[in-house]
Design a protein around this ligand. Structure first.
Ligand SMILES: NC(=O)c1ccc[n+]([C@@H]2O[C@H](COP(=O)([O-])OP(=O)(O)OC[C@H]3O[C@@H](n4cnc5c(N)ncnc54)[C@H](OP(=O)(O)O)[C@@H]3O)[C@@H](O)[C@H]2O)c1
Length: 262
């Protein structure tokens, strides 16, 4: 079997780490990208001890200018060809939009959208030349529904979902698989990074899906050439389809009540 090279952004925790752990069991050459040097090297060491996969690390803040190009150049310099790109790095920011830090909103757009587009563009061309490859872009169920108090975040995920589905259709007959992964609430550092209040986290604790389950569902969907997958069961599937059955204002008001800090 030919060893596949997989590049995962945001591999130092949560869903990205779970992708690394699962794919390491499949005899891959992994390239892990994030800012947390210690976490990445610790994970790389653990995976190399436990599996036969090669694991390499790129310590990179993906919000820096030219970050995507730097990652791409690193891969090129090593003479590697990425077979599976997982654009997973991302964060949210909870609270009333006008009260949140503007620079944080712009950084979120840079990470969740701009660098994802940059990496997709850079790595897609060589995949098209080879006539094979896969790209998983991590969106969210938030991509299907505007979210008051997570307004910028939900908008970035709507972008990722739309962008990825369009590329699925453009590339389906060229040997390239695209998947928009749309998790519902999942165990990870996401809620802490987004500064959700502890009370909100406690309320949702019982209903969180494990990152391992999200990854298994994603890899199954990729194998089945799906354009998107909603993980986390029936409730999340109902949420993403709600706009087909209810007026938009009704849904927005209901979601506003659910997410309101008051
Ligand atoms: N958890 C959920 O409920 C949920 C639901 C739907 C979608 N998602 C999406 O899933 C993806 C993964 O998030 P998660 O839930 O696993 O959260 P997480 O545990 O907070 O992981 C986020 C990852 O992104 C990396 N990251 C953050 N800022 C970065 C930057 N500037 N440059 C490079 N890497 C950066 C973090 O690493 P460093 O801090 O080391 O850089 C970390 O590895 C995100 O796109 C998120 O929007 C999550």
């Amino acid at each position: 079997m030919v060893t596949k090279t997989v590049l995962i952004t945001g591999a130092s925790s949560g869903i990205g780490q779970a992708f690394a752990e699962e794919l390491a069991t499949r005899d891959t050459h992994l390239i892990l990208v994030a800012r947390s040097q210690d976490k990445l090297y610790r994970l790389a060491k653990q995976l190399q001890e436990k599996t036969s996969s090669d694991v390499e690390v790129i310590v990179q803040d993906l919000t820096e200018s030219q970050a995507g190009q730097k990652v791409y150049d690193w891969v090129e310099d090593k003479g590697l060809a990425v077979d599976l790109l997982i654009n997973n790095a991302g964060f949210g920011d909870y609270g009333p939009f006008a009260e949140r830090d503007l620079s944080r909103q712009l950084e979120m757009i840079q990470l969740n959208v701009t660098v994802l587009v940059e990496l997709t563009h850079l790595f897609l061309s060589p995949m098209q030349q080879r006539g094979e490859g896969s790209i998983i872009n991590v969106a969210s169920i938030a991509g299907f529904q505007a979210l008051p108090y997570l307004s910028t975040y939900a908008a970035t995920k709507a972008f990722v979902l739309s962008f990825t589905e369009a590329l699925w259709a453009e590339n389906k007959d060229k040997g390239i698989n695209f998947l928009a992964l749309c998790p519902g609430p999942t165990e990870s550092n996401f809620f802490e990074a987004a500064q959700f209040p502890q009370s909100f986290e406690n309320k949702n604790n019982g209903s969180l899906t494990s990152a391992e389950t999200v990854v298994k569902d994603a890899l199954n969907a990729l194998d089945n050439c799906k354009s998107n997958v909603v993980t986390g069961g029936m409730t999340n599937n109902l949420i993403v389809n709600a706009s087909r059955f209810f007026p938009r204002e009704f849904l927005l008001s209901a979601v506003e009540k659910q997410f309101s800090p008051k």
